[in-house]
Ligand binder design. Structure first.
Ligand code: G3H
Ligand code: 13P
Ligand code: ZN
Length: 308
């Protein structure tokens, strides 16, 4: 199956009250771990590439890895998506390079500038059949090119205006999640009434949840047991993600949990096998750890198993 756009998978997810997992990829082991999990679970999947990933691995390398994955698992519908596209130029380069979906992240800009930039990307993407995700509201914490001290939750009426004026195909909203491993100081809370309001104003419209890693404590504990310092890490509880998926969130973004799964596995391996230095010896279990984590996520959190 060739790469696909997200239209059909989001329409089915919306109707079925589940979500599609969007997992960040940076190298071959991560691509394989995610794709093997999606194939085993017979689930559609989104492989997303940040500006940082593009810089690290190179756009062509990533696309070739994805091509190889498609050849190996032809039954899995796969979207390749630019995550947090910082500029029109980067979105254009990704569209020209074969991405089937791009995000233009103007969330840090004044409203009118976010509208203008998003519309410019939509005007380039749509004639070429490419999906555009945009963002309104700010997540606390650090994004690739954006640092925000606190959350600015998405205003529901402004979301309607934004989508009408830009023509963007999906919208990332801020309801209390944040990027990275330190999402909540106290109890985890998300603004579900706000999500409900947005969904009621835009029925059928696909919404996106960034900063949606759950930061499994078993990975944090393994990291710390084997020499890491990942103190006080806390993520979004899985039941909240399931609830969000049943309320119009069609795409759930996960990166931090992949990093934690990989790192925990490698730390443990090094501690237990200090004599080993063949990268395949520690990257194989690390890749398996990613696969296991993603399979769990698809099966028990996204609810997209069997929907390929
Ligand atoms: O939202 C950010 C993603 O986790 C990507 O992170 O920019 O370090 O690749 P990155
Ligand atoms: P996490 O840091 O919670 O994994 O979020 C990833 C993300 O939103 C990528 O765009
Ligand atoms: Zn994000």
């Amino acid at each position: 199956m060739p790469l696909v756009g997200p239209r059909e998978m989001f329409a089915k997810a919306y109707e079925g009250h589940y979500a599609i997992g969007a997992f960040n990829v940076n190298n071959m082991e991560i691509v394989q771990g995610i794709m093997w999990a999606a194939a085993e679970e017979k689930s559609p999947v989104i492989l997303q590439v940040s500006a940082g990933a593009r810089k690290y691995a190179g756009q062509v390398y990533i696309m070739k890895l994805v091509e190889a994955a498609l050849e190996e698992d032809p039954g899995v519908p796969v979207v390749v998506h630019l995550d947090h596209g910082p500029s029109y130029e980067m979105c254009r380069d990704c569209i020209d390079g074969g991405f089937t979906s791009v995000m233009i992240d103007g969330s840090h800009l004044p409203y009118e500038e976010n509208v203008a930039l998003t519309k410019k990307v939509v005007d380039y993407a749509h004639p070429r059949g490419v999906w555009v995700e945009a963002e309104l509201g700010k997540l606390a914490g650090v994004e690739e090119h954006v640092k925000s001290e606190g959350h600015v939750y998405t205003d529901p009426d402004q979301a309607v205006d934004f989508v009408n004026r830009t023509g963007c195909d999906s919208l990332a909203i801020a309801i209390g999640t944040s990027h990275g491993a330190y999402k909540f100081k106290g109890d985890a809370t998300l603004d579900f009434p706000r999500l409900e309001k947005i969904t009621s104003l835009m029925p059928g419209y696909p919404l996106v949840l960034h900063g949606a890693s759950s930061v499994p404590q078993k990975f944090v504990e393994l990291c710390n047991e084997y020499g890491g310092k990942v103190g006080g890490a806390k993520g979004v509880p899985e039941d909240m993600l399931r609830k969000a998926a049943s309320m119009g969130i069609c795409k759930i973004n996960v990166d931090t949990d992949i990093r934690l799964a990989l790192t925990a596995s490698i730390r443990q391996f090094f501690a237990e096998h200090p004599e080993q230095f063949d990268p395949r010896s520690y990257l194989s279990p690390a890749r398996d750890a990613v696969k296991k984590m993603v399979a769990h996520k698809i099966h028990d959190v996204m609810g997209s198993s069997g929907k390929a």
